[in-house]
Structure formats: C-alpha cells, structure tokens
Write a protein that binds this ligand. Sequence first.
Ligand code: ADP
Length: 218
Amino acid sequence: MNLIILGAPGAGKGTLSDALVKEIKIPKISTGDMLRKEVKDNTPLGLKAKEIMTKGALVPDAIINELLKNRIKKSDCKNGFMLDGFPRTINQAEELDKIMKELALKIDLVVNLVISEEIIVKRLTNRRVCKKCGANYNLVSLPSKKEGICDLDGGELYQRADDNETTIRNRLQVYAKDTQPLIDYYAKKGLLQDVIAEKGISDMVVKFKKIVADKKLK
Ligand code: ADP
C-alpha cells in the first residue's frame, strides 16, 4: 500500500506512522526527519534548510522533490511506503503524481488527521524527541518512563528548534496557506479519508485499520 498521511504540524503524523510501521511493515518516509538528519550532519542541504526550518517556513519544492524522488526509488519501497510530511504543496503533489506514474505506481490512500489548533499548540510545546531514534514523547500525554531519556534506546530527549510558540504559529499559517489545499486535491481524486486525531494514538490506529479493511487495501 502506498499511503500519504496529511495533517497540520502536531496532528500526529509522525506518531501514527511510527505505529503503522510496526503493523503493516512498510517504510515510513518523513521529509522532516530526512531534513533534520541533513542539518545534524551539516551537509550543504542541511545548511540551507536549517534557517528555513527554524523559522517554520517550507524548504523549496525543488530540493524536497529531489530528496523524495531519490528515496522512493530505493528498493525497500517496492512493496509500499507511507509519506509523512510530503507532499506539503500542490507543486509537490503534482511532482509526486509524476514520480508515481514514472514508476508505474499509484497512491492508494490519503489519511487526513483532523485536529483543533488549540490542541496542536499544547501538544507541540510539550513535545520531546529522542536524539538517537527520533521517537516522539509528550511531557503531558506521553511522558517517557525516566525524565529526559528515551524508553526505547536510552537516548537523550530534546525539544525541536521549531517547537516554540512563535514558530508553531508560523508553521500553522504556512499549513493553512500551502498544505490545506491538498485536502481538496486528494478528495477530488477520491483518495481522502478523515481521521479525528484528538484522542490518542491507539484510537487513530483502530480507525486507520477499519479504513484499510473497508477498502480491502494491502
Ligand atoms: P511538522 O509536520 O510537525 O511541522 P516535520 O518534521 O514534518 O514537522 O517538518 C519540519 C520542517 O521541515 C517544516 O516546518 C519544513 O520547514 C521542513 N519540511 C518538512 N517536510 C517538508 C516538505 N515536504 N516541504 C517543505 N518543507 C518541509
């Protein structure tokens, strides 16, 4: 199954895709994670992306499209993949359509995570991420067992540079302007399924599984 997970920053795209990787055994492709790795490794791309990401703006489509194209062509994607954080603009969605056509593949499902802005801001300011494996925690709703330490690998937890209130508000504006039009784009293609994302991870997984079963997707 080739799956796109859409949703505002903080809706839970990363958390849901991490949970789904265990269930359906297809790789998760997160452009945000890929960019953060480039930043951490101080690559030329990382150096360009760092400031843009700290402001909460979008990295230019041309860079992201190239990054994504190279990733989807890798052999681990041949039985399916899930996209977290891509596409984020109509241009990226159109580029994805082209790539999929070239590879004789198609998108099977677009899950749209629906959540209020108030909950998003609360979630993101309390988000903590493992430096080693990227696992997400939340000081209020999903704390690690030991404060500041990842349950999975003992890695140190940190707060992302873009998880402060000013940047979060900016990311939400960017989302409303550039990314929300994708909801319509995929609804018109008959691929969109809304999932309420305000309750918690297990609720999202149950709803996701029901959609997949109803649509007889594999
Ligand atoms: P979130 O969805 O919580 O904002 P991500 O980890 O998906 O977090 O993205 C973090 C930042 O990385 C974005 O604010 C943006 O600057 C950059 N980014 C990630 N994916 C894309 C993309 N597809 N196009 C442009 N910029 C992106």
